[in-house]
Design a protein around this ligand. Structure first.
Ligand SMILES: Cc1cc2nc3c(=O)[nH]c(=O)nc-3n(C[C@H](O)[C@H](O)[C@H](O)COP(=O)(O)O)c2cc1C
Length: 362
């Protein structure tokens, strides 16, 4: 079994699969359930000065992703301080406390969480896209606390600029990404937006945002030396491996834990372990940032390189042929790729259920 213990800024985790600030860590009991379900670390639901007045409905699973309009914790900061953090600490794993939002709010909340937080995570979700209020919030947390302070990013396109500014201002680590939006879904039976917010807006999470998370993590980890904890669309161990390869030191899971329950953290950790074993990795650290190395080794080219089929594995299901817009695939006795017609687009490789197709980069 590969080693999947991780040490981030002195915090020791049995595995790199954590809860995310969200319903899966909405109170002490849920945190205990998450750790019993195999989570290697805890990130608790964001708290702020006031309890959130959450519009409802606030969660929906659509056929193209998960929408929420949850704001932050609907529990008061007093309840968290008096009860929930104590309970969550009983789980015995490092706990990262999520707080929001402005520097004034952080100055009030940070001293209260100090006895419980092994680290804190600052949500920047409601402070806009300008870097100044984020940095001010960071400084307020640094002034009040001795523990590591992580800044959690929304999926901004100028992630490198913001990540670098956060590092320069003293952030100990970054977390990315928050849910993406605003987005909207409409119930066509009623014509009403599904989310209960006044605007009808919601924020997208789950598998559809993973490519956005991967790109943000990949970009940010090129410009900072502080650890990045990844979050966004992780549903299984292979997704977690992908996020680690982009440059994350650990991974948080929110939507998948809402949909599948707290056992999913342990399931993902086991699948990650299986992936490492199968591919000959001895330690999870071997895949952290691997994509940065690999992309440099790749021969970038624009000329066509045809797909190749392994007919011993192909089941002739025809999925590749249906979506081959270059009409390069025929299936008779066996599957044949017309290398003159094949554009090398690579789609068939990603659609094949048996991994019978491949495409070379060289
Ligand atoms: C219902 C719901 C509530 C959330 N609440 C918070 C929150 O309080 N604070 C926060 O920083 N992120 C919050 N998030 C964002 C998640 O922590 C996470 O960044 C995002 O959902 C992407 O991860 P996922 O695809 O695994 O869900 C919430 C997400 C969902 C779906």
């Amino acid at each position: 079994m590969a080693n999947i213990n991780v040490n981030i800024l002195g915090m020791k985790f049995n595995n790199p699969i954590f809860t995310a600030a969200g319903p899966g860590a909405k109170d002490g009991e849920m945190c205990i359930a998450a750790v019993n379900g195999g989570a290697g670390g805890l990130v608790t639901k964001t708290i702020s000065v006031e309890a959130a007045d959450v519009p409802r409905p606030c969660m929906a699973n659509t056929n193209s992703g998960f929408l929420n309009t949850e704001l932050w914790s609907e529990l008061t900061k007093e309840q968290w301080i008096e009860k929930e953090y104590k309970k969550a600490k009983e789980a015995g794993v490092p706990m990262i406390v999520s707080m929001g939002y402005t520097s004034e709010q952080i100055s009030q909340v940070a001293p209260l969480v100090k006895p419980y937080a092994d680290a804190v995570e600052l949500s920047t979700h409601y402070v806009g896209t300008d870097v100044t209020p984020m940095i001010n919030a960071l400084k307020a947390a640094k002034d009040a606390l001795d523990c590591p302070v992580f800044l959690k990013m929304s999926p901004h396109t100028d992630i490198q600029k913001i990540a670098k500014a956060a590092e320069d201002a003293g952030a100990d680590g970054l977390v990315m990404i928050n849910s993406f939006g605003p987005c909207m879904a409409i119930d066509i039976e009623t014509g009403l937006p599904i989310m209960g917010s006044k605007t009808g807006y919601g924020w997208l999470s789950g598998a559809p945002i993973r490519p956005l998370a991967i790109r943000n993590i990949f970009d940010a980890s090129q410009v900072v030396n502080i650890p990045i904890i990844g979050v966004g669309g992780v549903t299984n161990g292979r997704d977690a491996a992908e996020m680690l390869m982009a440059g994350a030191s650990a991974v948080q899971v929110c939507t998948e834990a809402i949909l599948k329950g707290p056992k999913v953290y342990g399931k993902i950790a086991k699948e990650l372990n299986d992936f490492l074993d199968k591919n000959g990795y001895k330690d999870v650290s071997e895949i952290v940032g691997l994509a940065h190395k690999k992309i440099k080794e790749r021969n970038f080219r624009t000329t066509s390189m045809p797909a190749v089929v392994n007919n011993d594995v192909c089941i002739k299901c025809g999925v590749c042929r249906t979506s081959c817009v270059y009409d390069a695939i025929t299936i008779d006795e066996k599957l044949v790729i017309d290398s003159e017609k094949c554009f090398g687009c690579g789609l068939c490789v990603t659609r094949c259920p048996k991994k019978a197709l491949s495409i070379s980069y060289r």
